[in-house]
Design a protein around this ligand. Structure first.
Ligand code: TYM
Length: 331
């Protein structure tokens, strides 16, 4: 008898352009797990509404994201690939989760604090930004996911999801599986090339962010100008040498070699040579990826993949939401 696979679920929001952080911290992990787990990977488009976004940009980013999922090797025969907004149960359970959360726990979310503090003093904080983790909890709990692979920055939201699941289960009897976050051993927090103390992100500096689908020469220049220290020793020391350690991490994640092995190979050769080697590895991988993305966009397969994925996802989501409604006395 075939053993039932554990279920894994994750998503990326199509806000801004996809970064090397998303690729290493999330997408590359998804690929390695797709044979071992029953996977649900989605485009978190409702999450993109938490801060104002141009509709045209959102549409383009959504198309880019599904193309990147496919180009990286997520196989729609093995993985359920879908768009969050195609399965309205996410928003419905999101509301129920909001009603089961409290303002104290949502105010403690680091991402909420960071993002709201970046808004100008005259700007009001969008409510969506505040309740966003309850929608994320719904995304996960609808599918009884055992594991949720994410970068370090999203771990706290998965931990909140666990708390909400446990609370709901004890209030209304066993309903949700309590999920476990998984982060990559190397690359769960890729830093900005311009400010290696900070996470590489769409909202951090442009100069420090490698965008997967950007011009390759621009990306090469960004790596060659990555901020490093002045002692010219190549070794992995994230506290004292965050810039070099970040480049080592990037290279290690893309080549499956350990940071120590790479540091030993390049030590003594100078930062310029090392940066060029990192740039070669990154650019080579991005060139292959970009070519595949272009093919996929032309192939006309995207709509079908998303439609099939939404049908499969909806099946589980509906079952879970009716159970929830029954428990809370709504139907
Ligand atoms: P998002 O779209 O900001 O990021 C998608 C994934 O990429 C990871 N990531 C990074 N990993 C390493 N280094 C970085 N610099 C870096 N930047 C981003 C993130 O940790 C994440 O895993 N709320 C989520 C999307 C989401 C979700 C979910 C994820 C919605 N519902 C349910 C898992 C399960 C988000 O905004 O991720």
């Amino acid at each position: 008898m075939e053993e039932t696979k554990k279920r894994m679920l994750s998503g990326i929001k199509p806000t801004g352009k996809l970064t090397l952080g998303n690729y290493i911290g999330a997408i590359k992990q998804f690929i390695t797990y797709q044979d071992e787990y029953e996977m649900y990977i989605f485009i978190a488009d409702l999450h993109s509404l938490t801060l104002p976004i141009d509709p045209k940009e959102l549409r383009e980013n959504t198309k880019d994201l599904i193309s990147v999922y496919l180009a990286c090797g997520l196989d729609p025969e093995k993985v359920v690939l879908f768009k969050q907004s195609d399965v309205s149960e996410h928003a419905e359970l999101g509301y129920v989760m909001t009603c089961n959360s409290n303002m104290g726990e949502l105010s403690r979310m680091t991402q909420y604090k960071d993002k709201s503090s970046k808004l100008g003093s005259n700007e009001s904080i969008p409510t969506g930004l505040y309740i966003y983790p309850t929608l994320m909890a719904a995304d996960i709990l609808l599918y009884d996911a055992d594991y949720v692979p994410v970068g370090v920055d999203q771990k706290q939201h998965v931990e909140l999801t666990r708390d909400l699941a446990i609370r709901f289960n004890s209030r209304y009897s066993d309903t949700f599986k309590v999920p476990t976050p998984i982060t990559a051993k190397t690359g769960a927090k890729i830093a900005s090339l311009a400010n290696p103390e900070k996470k590489m992100s769409k909202s951090e500096s442009d100069k420090g962010t490698i965008y997967l689908l950007d011009d390759l020469n621009i990306n090469r220049k960004k790596i060659m100008s990555a901020v490093t220290d002045s002692d010219n020793t190549i070794c992995y020391d994230p506290i004292n040498k965050p810039g070099i350690s970040n480049l080592l991490t990037i290279m290690s994640s893309l080549t499956n070699r350990s940071v120590e092995e790479i540091a030993n190979e390049y030590n003594g050769q100078g930062y310029g040579t090392f940066k060029k080697a990192v740039a070669d590895v990154v650019i080579n991988e991005l060139e292959i990826l970009q070519n595949k993305v272009n093919e996929i966009k032309k192939s006309g397969m995207i709509e079908k993949v998303l439609e099939d994925g939404a049908n499969k996802a909806r099946y589980l989501a509906r079952k879970k939401l009716s159970k929830v409604y029954r428990k809370i006395g709504i139907n």
